[in-house]
Design a protein around this ligand. Sequence first.
Ligand code: SAM
Length: 220
Amino acid sequence: MSELLDKTLALFSELPPAERFHVRARAFSAPLEAVARHVPTGGTVADVGCGHGLLSAMLALEDPERTVHGVDPDPRKVMWAAKGPGRLPNVHAEVGTVESLAEQRAGQFDAAVVCDVLYLLPRERWPEFLRTARRLLRPGGRFLLKEAEGNGSWKHYKCLAQEWVMVKLLGRTKAGGGLVLEPRGTVEALLREAGFTVRETVALDAGYTTPHILYVAEAT
Ligand SMILES: C[S@@+](CC[C@H](N)C(=O)[O-])C[C@H]1O[C@@H](n2cnc3c(N)ncnc32)[C@H](O)[C@@H]1O
């Protein structure tokens, strides 16, 4: 385990066992450190759909000069994020959505991260969600979209089955009616339509059973 992950998980040590288990399982099943490495240093970062705040914590610990503002519509998760990573001086977590954040703080972020959130929304909401995320950023701001790639592979179908269990069976993740994986070309086109320049698309699935993919874009 890396030193960063070790320090990140230590922030959750006071949480009840079920929450600690959820956070650890998440930490070892998604390439969050690789996502964090693509966030520019310093500045103010929006973590949209922050959940328990695992990625927010990593971003804040990795660079104390950075301020991370996490929002999630699930009040339970935000409560754990506030009790864990929220203890750091450069993390703030609150109940909210991309829309509420854009209403309050349009153009105020140097970077925004949306990590494994879009696939939970109905497909018809994706274009508007991405346009709203674009409004969070100052011109030239970095946008990181982490998704699972819809590529028809066994990882694709395993991912859908796993998420079905998390959302429908266990109720651990709140979904807005979706469970959709799209091919990378489709997502890149949506990003361009929303006002982004796509700088890089990075496959992050090596060593994982989920087809993790990261889109690195800039607000144009
Ligand atoms: C799989 S979790 C990912 C959490 C976190 N981003 C991470 O990478 O660990 C998906 C999160 O998206 C949140 N979510 C669902 N609908 C959302 C929406 N409309 N806006 C923002 N977040 C949403 C859920 O509450 C959940 O916490």
